[in-house]
Design a protein around this ligand. Sequence first.
Ligand SMILES: *Cc1c(COP(=O)(O)O)cnc(C)c1O
Length: 381
Amino acid sequence: MEIFIKSNRKCTVDIFKKYDLKKVINASGKMTILGVSKVSDKVAEMQKIAGQNFFEMEDLKIKIGKYIANLLEVEAATVVSSASAGIVQSVAALIGKGDNYHLMHPYTDRIEKREIVIPKGHNVNYGTSVELMIEQGGGIVVEAGYSNQCSAEQVEMQITDNTAALMYIKSHHSVQKSILSVSDMITVSRKYSIPLIVDAAAEEDLNLYYNLGADIVIYSGAKGIEGPSSGLLVGKNPYIQWVQAQSNGIGRSMKIGKDNIFGITVALEEYVKNGTETGESQKNRLNPFVENLNNIKGIKATIVQDGAGRDIFRAKVEIGSDKISAKKIVDLLKTGEVAIYTREYNVNNGIIEFDIRSVNQEEMDIIYKRLKNIMEDCVHE
Ligand SMILES: *Cc1c(COP(=O)(O)O)cnc(C)c1O
């Protein structure tokens, strides 16, 4: 089997063979455990050019930030190494507020105002915890409301003289029901003049939360934007400037390379120009796949929209066999000759989801065949 690279050009070195790695079909979405997304040829070429030249890095950081801010029509922007690094450095920035002593001593007890108020249902684990990232930035997590419910009033109740910032996690990982909206959070932020950080890591609209009035909005460069490993922060000054200053403090251990700074910039240019694959297009590609799947005995396949309401559509496969569980199927898919990763969030309810944003036709055929084999095998056992 061939290596799938975005351009459909074939790789000359079989890196899977050389380094004894398994080939992966990623039907799970933009997952960090699989390398998140694939970059385009344009992005890869730019990474190469950047990697083979020198730059005045401080100047590069500022100029690229301005370039991206112009591109996105926002006041300020900056590139960091990941969305997680964005959380850490935003928290540090809003606690230190440009103070030079704090820059080198981010955990100093000279500063008491370091509480970050976050709805309890947003203190989630996305591979690491939001809490740990806040703490790494020197913040003290103050949860508002309950795990399944939080109102604007409950956020306000947690605000004290020591509140440094409010934080909102706009994500499918967060509890969706009975939690105040981003707009509600912005109203609270305005009322108390406390800056608001929105973690929109996997969101696709790069202007929405900024336009609503968030002070710093964080995106993961390799998720929606499909850039290389990086993070993008859009927002207002001086907040973004304070974040940029962190490169000479705790940000150093989260440094992003020149190749990826240019890579994410080109990815953004393409993203702004072309957008991502529309839900409509995903549905068109899903239709024949789902039709095929429905021919497999013991399986019922349908097309469903993303739980967080994004323009993403997936194949939802319900396992109706008493011979094999959804969990077992998911494990078999992962451990075959080619590792097929699916969305497993609902596997306990007998449901497997296939996200096809990074899956091409050839790979969908492989998934279909493998699934068919698994289902047929278990009947004969
Ligand atoms: C993926 C994700 C992150 C982390 O993004 P990285 O760029 O991998 O650090 C942070 N928050 C949420 C809600 C995420 O989904």
